[in-house]
Design a protein around this ligand. Structure first.
Ligand code: URP
Ligand code: ZN
Ligand code: ZN
Length: 460
């Protein structure tokens, strides 16, 4: 099967040029003008931008969490991702405390394999680091191609590890060629504030926000960065939301440390005023919570300064009925927000179209850096001869509205209901196959492959 994409404008993290692309099988065979090869399918990309397939390195599909499961499974989640121009996702395996990493991998592979439509990989969340877990790290890196290890400094009593475990994990992961990533908020402070608010009968969603003030994130980010500096372990902060936390990273750069930073699309675009409505605010109950306008400015600046490296989603959808679990108590609202389908279009419309970031920066933070930081480059994350033909054809002028009535995520509301966007994903290719065209998904459950990742470092 061959495909020729003609007359497009190709945008990568460091280039912007017009050329045709000839795809043979799963990979890009030729990029150039007047390519002489005959193709089975010819796509005219006149007036379209051509991006590498998006990579969302922070999603939670079919995840057991807070007494329920996130509502998108591998089939619905990766399909929705494809509709939005994201061809590869990295999901989080959660080790069960008292159990092995291998057990958790087996459980997650069972959910994903044969079900995913788009490509996927895994981070391993280590929730119980001990002598036995330590021995498993080498196998994860060398054999399984899982090279990033997630930690939680919050969710006390469930997922949180202490600093002793963190240091031990960092030393082992560094030695094996991996990276430690973190949900950096102070679990003890949050636990205290949740109990305090509940004790005072303050139970509405706004108290979720008030239980996780900026200082809880700034403090944990600084502590994490210090531990990474001490151990020399490559380090990455997931879903960073605020000025205080980013300034902890900025301070670390002054001692020549490099820490990778991810923010998520919602922290760039939404703010905490959404919690000032009755239970409706539960739609945006996520951790960390939405912040302030000044934090959005900090995050956009951080992207342009090269300190914020990735824009992800932390896609963790729950249906409205599931959110009702916390109707009478904010601490029981399942934490998470749906965005896997919206990230690329929102970031283009609100970022590029509104002049906040350049086109090249857009590709860098949504496609290329996730591939580089997590060991998939150049197979993924760019448009280059010899590598996967994961390609998005994008109409930069088309206007459309986001709505739960038209999205493909398995969730009955949208965090962006009625938002008018400029710029739309039109056609998506995954490993040379036309996956999305004319608002239809043309590939089936099971097409998605597990992507083994290479060793990583603090340099990209
Ligand atoms: O609210 C969130 N973020 N839910 C998913 C779990 C996590 O902390 O990433
Ligand atoms: Zn988190
Ligand atoms: Zn998450």
């Amino acid at each position: 099967m061959s495909v020729l994409i003609k007359n497009g404008r190709i945008i990568t993290a460091d280039a912007d040029y017009s050329a045709d692309i000839f795809i043979d099988g799963e990979t890009i065979h030729t990029i150039g003008k007047n390519i002489p090869h005959k193709a089975d399918t010819v796509i005219d990309a006149t007036d379209k931008l051509i991006f590498p397939g998006g990579i969302d390195p922070h999603v939670h599909l079919d995840m057991p969490f807070m007494g329920t499961f996130s509502s998108d499974n591998y089939e619905t989640g990766t399909r929705a991702a494809l509709f939005g121009g994201t061809t590869t996702v990295i999901d989080f395996i959660l080790q069960k405390q008292g159990h092995s990493l291998q057990d958790a991998l087996t459980e997650w592979s069972g959910r994903a394999s044969g079900n995913a439509i788009g490509d996927y990989s895994f981070h391993m969340a280590v929730t119980d680091f001990n002598e036995s877990t330590k021995k498993e790290i080498i196998n994860m890196v060398e054999k399984e191609g899982i090279t990033s290890f997630k930690t939680f400094m919050a969710y006390k009593g469930a997922l949180m590890i202490d600093d002793r475990q963190m240091i031990g994990l960092m030393e082992e992961v560094k030695q094996r060629g991996g990276m430690v990533t973190v949900h950096a908020t102070n679990g003890d402070m949050i636990d205290y504030l949740i109990a305090k608010h509940r004790g005072e009968g303050k139970l509405s969603p706004v108290y979720h926000y008030l239980s996780q003030p900026e200082v809880t994130e700034a403090e944990a980010s600084e502590r994490f960065v210090d531990m990474a500096n001490f151990t020399g372990c490559p380090a990455y902060i997931v879903h960073l939301t605020c000025e205080g936390a980013l300034n902890a990273v900025r301070s670390a750069t002054k001692r020549n440390q490099n820490v990778f930073v991810e923010t998520c699309i919602q922290y760039l675009l939404l703010d905490a005023s959404l919690y000032e409505q009755n239970f409706d605010g539960a739609k945006w109950v996520m951790s960390p919570p939405l912040r302030e306008k000044k934090d959005q400015e900090t995050l956009w600046a951080g992207i342009n300064q090269g300190i914020v490296n990735i824009v992800a989603t932390d896609h963790c959808p729950f249906k409205w009925e599931q959110k009702q679990m916390g109707k009478d108590d904010f601490s029981k609202i399942p934490n998470g927000h749906p965005a896997i389908e919206n990230r690329m279009e929102l970031l283009y419309s609100e970022g590029v179209n509104k002049g906040r970031i350049s086109l090249n920066k857009y590709v860098e933070v949504a496609c290329t850096n996730p591939a580089k930081i997590f060991g998939m480059f150049p197979r993924k994350g760019t448009i280059a001869v010899g590598y996967d033909a994961d390609i998005v054809l994008f109409d930069p002028k088309e206007k459309h509205k986001l709505s739960a009535t038209t999205h493909h995520m398995n969730v009955d509301y949208s965090g962006y209901e009625g938002w008018e966007l400029t710029g739309k994903v039109k056609t998506v290719l995954l490993r040379g196959r036309i996956a999305i065209d004319k608002n239809e998904c043309l590939i089936d459950r099971g097409f998605g492959q597990f992507i083994k990742r290479k060793k990583v470092s603090s340099k990209i």
